[in-house]
Design a protein around this ligand. Sequence first.
Ligand SMILES: CC(C)(COP(=O)(O)OP(=O)(O)OC[C@H]1O[C@@H](n2cnc3c(N)ncnc32)[C@H](O)[C@@H]1OP(=O)(O)O)[C@@H](O)C(=O)NCCC(=O)NCCS
Length: 170
Amino acid sequence: MRRITLLHKESLEDIFAVEADSFTLPWTREMLNAEFLKSYAFFLGIFDEERLAGFSLNWVLFEEGHIADFAVLPEYRRQGLGGSLLDASLQEMSRRGAGVVHLEVRKSNVSALALYASRGFERAGIRPRYYTDTGEDALLMQLILETKDNDDIIHHIREDANDSGPKQRC
Ligand SMILES: CC(C)(COP(=O)(O)OP(=O)(O)OC[C@H]1O[C@@H](n2cnc3c(N)ncnc32)[C@H](O)[C@@H]1OP(=O)(O)O)[C@@H](O)C(=O)NCCC(=O)NCCS
């Protein structure tokens, strides 16, 4: 059984495992841990039974949402988990007041670009040499959120308080 829920500090090691398995330039544990202290940041996780199969890290500052990090474990890809997690992340950002959502993605990241396009994200700009490992450009993607009630995709959402200010990259 699959479920999507807010993640808390006790999931840090599992988040890091997904992160390390997904990126050539992964966030460190310390970077991920710092996100739990920020009032505008929240993690959502998608579970297969008790296993964390993917997560999103999202920020909402006033009416602007940002997907800062997003990944699904390799063995769970192309099964719809990323799409479900993205839908839930957008729904929760909208609920927290976001009217627009941005994210950065590598120009060469075909799967992520296809996923974001499938949800209506459009190219809004380019960030030259954004990724420090290869010097690759990032595409800045944008989605205007519709102001309507979404179906209840997120289960077991609990509000939690955190505090502090932004950083970057997906
Ligand atoms: C991008 C990522 C999160 C997608 O997760 P996923 O669980 O495989 O996504 P889904 O199965 O829900 O796919 C949803 C849609 O995205 C597109 N898509 C996903 N992977 C794709 C691929 N390899 N090639 C082409 N399209 C792809 C398709 O439109 C797909 O719909 P479909 O399966 O009905 O054709 C996953 O590939 C991943 O974690 N990659 C490494 C980390 C990363 O790049 N994160 C994004 C950083 S910005």
